[in-house]
Design a protein around this ligand. Structure first.
Ligand SMILES: Cc1cc2nc3c(=O)[nH]c(=O)nc-3n(C[C@H](O)[C@H](O)[C@H](O)COP(=O)(O)OP(=O)(O)OC[C@H]3O[C@@H](n4cnc5c(N)ncnc54)[C@H](O)[C@@H]3O)c2cc1C
Length: 465
């Protein structure tokens, strides 16, 4: 597809729309906005624009639509699939200045937010009020607009679900500049096709999210974390299934192999409670009375002991829980700090988790690459981190990486899983879409894209192969 360029005239028109101080074209800014957290080389845009209001977003899109200039919406650029890379140049539309929490509505238990609000800011604000916004992806500086557009998951998926389950309403701007309102402060809605659901997880390819209404829940008053060492992954996975059979639904069940525990210890410069076993579960339980939490801890402890756990370390104070969570949440950052890495985030049925972990390790051995499987054991969304050997040439690494990612994704699909559980397809995983959904659904998706974006300007090169 041939696109229009961002000429001097276009820059002047953009300045008229958002103000000269919100249009950037210095090499540093273009480089910065050409990247996210995926290992892709940068794709610098021709200009970066930071609107502060919906009418400005609408103005930018109307101009881009008329001139057929590609536009890439960007939040915090923490995505791991290259979704925020301006593959075709054009305009990087950064939503980071639209960052107000407009309202916390305690009567309806809903928050109204702009897309640039960081998820950690919403967590902090709601938790002070005894409320919880349950989605909790590992990267807390991700924006809510980015979370909605990737349907972000995180550690609370088992009990609470994912971002999709908390989006009640959206204001969004279509590629031609038209503003639409979807859903609202309503709990039920059976009124036509649910376009709201279509926009969630659409990775900025259908419309730009400019405001969202998010559901909140009361925050349970008591919680605790358990750190449980096992001698094998299979034992740990069987323990997870048994906890649920005994009617304990933890808010988090995270899996870390010993390799990950050791790397985290090196990164943080402090010890985790144990680092001498093959596999670890971090289990989070919560409730509205101490007795409820106590009962869950005891049941989880019993189940784990019955399945070969050696011990169970309890963190039941704010400080100890924070320390343990920090160990889990910095895991990807820790690997990135020492090596070049990439990641696959398939989601398989929970019962197939041990098969995935063992299969992924065999794939690593076959390719002679270190593969560290970790992640959200409670919901089957596992992250396979692939580590570049220090001495390996870059060209060799890139070739091997492509081959091993293929194998790790096909393994997930063969176990009844999906290509990406939470990071999205973006640019790097889009070739796998057809493998999961087949040609009929890909054609339906192309037709949907065309209905929203007939000129193909919004985040081209993403999701669809
Ligand atoms: C250390 C680390 C840990 C992570 N852990 C998790 C995890 O546990 N769970 C998880 O789900 N993800 C995780 N991620 C990935 C990432 O944080 C999420 O994908 C997050 O949702 C991206 O938000 P963002 O604001 O950075 O979006 P960006 O990276 O800027 O954009 C992501 C996509 O959303 C689109 N987009 C952004 N804003 C808008 C908007 N307003 N309107 C329309 N489209 C928009 C972009 O075009 C792009 O396609 C992790 C990342 C890192 C680096």
């Amino acid at each position: 597809m041939s696109y229009g360029r961002v000429t001097g005239e276009v820059k002047r028109l953009l300045q008229d729309i958002v103000g000269p101080e919100n249009v950037y074209d210095s090499p540093e800014m273009l480089e910065k906005h050409g990247l996210d957290e995926s290992p892709l080389p940068p794709h610098p845009p021709e200009v970066v624009v930071k609107p502060r209001a919906t009418r400005e977003v609408s103005g930018v899109l109307r101009l881009a639509y008329e001139r057929r200039i590609p536009v890439t919406p960007q939040g915090s650029r923490t995505g791991l699939s290259g979704g925020a890379h301006p593959i075709y140049g054009g305009i990087a539309l950064s939503l980071e200045e639209m960052n107000r929490i407009v309202e916390i509505d305690e009567d309806n238990l809903m928050a109204v937010v702009e897309p640039g609000v960081l998820i950690m800011e919403l967590h902090e604000k709601t938790e002070k009020l005894g409320l919880l916004y349950p989605p909790d992806p590992g990267e807390e500086s991700g924006s809510l607009g980015g979370n909605i557009s990737t349907n972000a998951g995180g550690v609370r998926g088992l009990k609470y679900g994912v971002t999709r389950d908390y989006v009640q309403g959206l204001e969004a701007v279509l590629p031609n500049g038209e503003v639409i309102q979807l859903g609202g402060k309503i709990v039920k809605n059976s009124t036509g096709y649910e376009l709201l659901d279509l926009l969630i997880g659409s990775e900025g390819t259908l419309a730009v999210v400019t405001q969202a209404i998010l559901k909140l829940v009361p925050k349970p008053q008591y919680s605790a974390l358990l750190y449980i060492p096992f001698n094998s992954t299979r034992d740990a996975a069987r323990a997870v299934a048994e906890m649920i059979r005994r009617r304990v639904v933890p808010f988090a069940v995270e899996y870390m192999p010993r390799d990950a525990v050791e790397v985290v210890e090196r990164y943080l410069g402090r010890r985790m409670p144990d680092d001498e076993h093959e596999a670890y579960l971090i289990v989070g339980v919560e409730g509205n009375s101490e007795a409820e939490v106590e009962w869950q801890m005891e049941t989880v402890g019993e189940v784990c002991m019955e399945h070969g756990a050696e011990d169970a370390y309890v963190a039941d104070t704010e400080a100890r829980m924070r320390e343990l969570w920090e160990g889990r949440k910095c895991l990807f950052e820790a690997y990135k700090a020492f090596w070049e890495v990439d990641e696959v985030d398939v989601c398989v049925p929970r019962s197939r988790l041990p098969d995935y972990v063992e299969g992924a390790e065999r794939i690593g051995e076959r390719h002679r690459l270190r593969v560290v499987v970790n992640g959200h054991a409670g919901d089957g969304n596992v992250h396979a981190i692939i580590v570049k050997p220090e001495e390996m040439e870059r060209e060799t690494w890139l070739g091997k990486l492509e081959a091993i990612i293929d194998d790790l994704i096909y393994l997930g699909l063969s176990l009844g899983g999906t290509v990406s559980g939470e990071h999205g397809l973006g640019y790097t995983k889009r070739k796998y879409l057809i493998e999961k959904v087949g040609p009929v659904q890909v054609e339906l998706m192309r037709a949907i894209k065309k209905a929203f974006d007939p000129r193909g300007i919004l985040n081209p090169g993403k999701i669809l192969p």
